[in-house]
Design a binder for this molecule. Structure first.
Ligand code: BGC
Length: 474
């Protein structure tokens, strides 16, 4: 055994998302989110036909959650606010007293215990009222998101100093492409059209909220704001020029699509994404490209809207060798031009898309730095699904290998200052229900208090944070 030193500059966090843990879906005056709606109207969309109506019941058990964070010794807790809990109608003219108290209490409890809150404004649970209006394909939602964000900054900005606007908006906008999770909550998906509109508006909404915070709140509240893009490592199947170019194309379609307008110096969509979708649209007889355009003013307004370069990272994919016909029906996948697969030799977790590819951490981080510059980097999610049970050695192995790769990226000169492990405790894994536990703590979903018990990996994370050393095999 040997030990790798963890630099002092790297801080540790763990995370959850409101819909996945809070429960209390209709307690008090809480409004309905798009997820509440889909889970109740189409129960068959969830593989084990469960709901998140109660989930981990963090709405009532939040003090226990904070206790666990103390046990782990993390410096930050990343959690999200359920827009429909704070603003039951979705609109900012009515603020729920119980909703606002809940987040107040959680934040105060964290601070009392020396844990810094890191708040995500939107972790996929759009109020259903906006879904009925077309979700993020409707530009008007940007204004409502800004007003929601204003309420949040006014209520909690005195104590919250780290903000994240969107969690993985690419996934939110692309649900059907992640076919393993088919049946995600959006009712408005027209692939190759609405996904582009949805992300276009999410990017504009992110920038709007950045400027709102920057101009109105940051001068006194002095926090930082960024976003949590989905990332994946696109590995080439061979050394051929074509395969390497396709792996890069995959990165630009899945990652750059969201990050290039925000993180790059030049702003706007990645040139290859622009070119391919413009060309395919023309071939298909569209008079106007299916990929919306930013005006030059918008490009300037959007680029640079981050105080840290955040991203989530779990796994890798390879572009398949098939070639999809660009003249076929519009779709994100046809624009990408090939399907994707994962190599059998990569160890599989319990989640079908989550295979182990630790070296991808170093690669993706260096890729981000090469693309966008050596900004301060926050890793906002990274984690693994195992069977139920407390002896989660394969989760410890996953974290050890991924963190080794992350330390290599730091040695390469990447300025990573925050690492967030997903997730604090087992929770509602969207359309996969409760079948894929990812937590440091196992939750007994049958017990009245949703009893949480630490796994072996909780001890691993605590020791890592305490000793600032990562134990690795020779
Ligand atoms: C999401 C989480 C989810 C995790 C594991 C991330 O993409 O942000 O909400 O639980 O993946 O699937």
């Amino acid at each position: 055994m040997k030990f790798l030193n963890i630099p002092k500059t790297l801080r540790f966090a763990t995370a959850t998302g409101a819909y996945q843990v809070e429960g209390a879906w209709n307690v008090s005056d809480k409004g309905v989110s798009m997820w509440d709606n889909v889970i109740h109207s189409k129960p068959e969309n969830v593989v084990d036909r469960t709901t998140a109506d109660v989930a981990c019941d963090s709405y009532h058990q939040y003090k226990r959650d904070v206790e666990m964070l103390v046990e782990l010794g993390v410096e930050y807790y990343r959690f999200s606010i359920a827009w429909s809990r704070l603003l039951p109608t979705g609109f900012s003219n009515i603020i729920s007293e119980d909703g606002s108290n809940y987040y107040n209490n959680l934040i105060n409890e964290l601070i009392k215990n020396n844990i810094k809150p890191m708040v995500t404004l939107h972790h996929w649970d759009l109020p259903y009222v906006f879904e009925k209006m077309g979700g993020w394909t409707n530009e008007a939602v940007i204004d409502y998101f800004e007003e929601y964000a204003r309420v949040v900054f006014e209520l909690y900005g005195d104590r919250v100093k780290e903000w994240i606007t969107f969690n993985e908006p690419q996934v939110l906008c692309l649900f059907d492409v992640f076919a393993v999770d088919s049946g995600f909550a959006s009712e408005t998906l027209v692939s190759g059209v609405s996904d582009y509109l949805c992300l276009h508006h999410s990017i504009k909404a992110h920038a709007r909220v950045y400027h709102l915070y920057n101009n109105t709140f940051k001068p006194t509240q002095k926090g930082k704001l960024g976003t949590a893009p989905y990332t994946v490592w696109g590995e080439s199947v061979s050394d051929s020029e074509e395969d390497i170019a396709n792996a890069e194309k995959l990165m630009q379609f899945f990652v750059g699509w969201y990050t290039h307008p925000i993180y790059s110096d030049e702003g706007d969509y990645p040139p290859i994404v622009r070119k391919v979708i413009d060309e395919n649209s023309a071939r298909q007889g569209f008079k106007v490209s299916r990929l919306p355009r930013f005006t030059p003013e918008e490009v300037k307004y959007i680029r640079g809207t981050f105080d840290f370069m955040g991203f989530n990272f779990y796994t890798a994919v390879v572009p398949n060798t098939d070639r999809l016909d660009p003249k076929k029906a519009p779709s994100f996948e046809n624009d990408l031009g090939f399907s994707m697969l994962q190599k059998d030799e990569w160890e599989l977790s319990l989640i079908t898309w989550l295979r182990v590819y630790p070296q991808g951490f170093r690669k993706i981080t260096n890729w981000m730095v090469k693309q966008y510059g050596n900004h301060e980097i926050y890793i906002l999610e990274n984690g693994f699904a195992t069977k139920r049970g407390l002896n989660d050695d394969n989760r410890i192995k996953y974290y050890t290998e991924y963190l080794t790769s992350l330390l290599e990226a730091i040695d390469d000169g990447c300025n990573i200052t925050l690492y967030t492990a997903w997730t604090l405790m087992d929770n509602f894994e969207w359309t996969l229900g409760y079948l894929n536990p990812m937590g440091f703590y196992e939750v007994d979903f049958d017990s009245p208090n949703k009893t949480r018990v630490p796994r072996k990996s909780a001890k691993f994370y605590r020791q890592l944070i305490e000793t600032r050393k990562l134990k690795v095999a020779d």
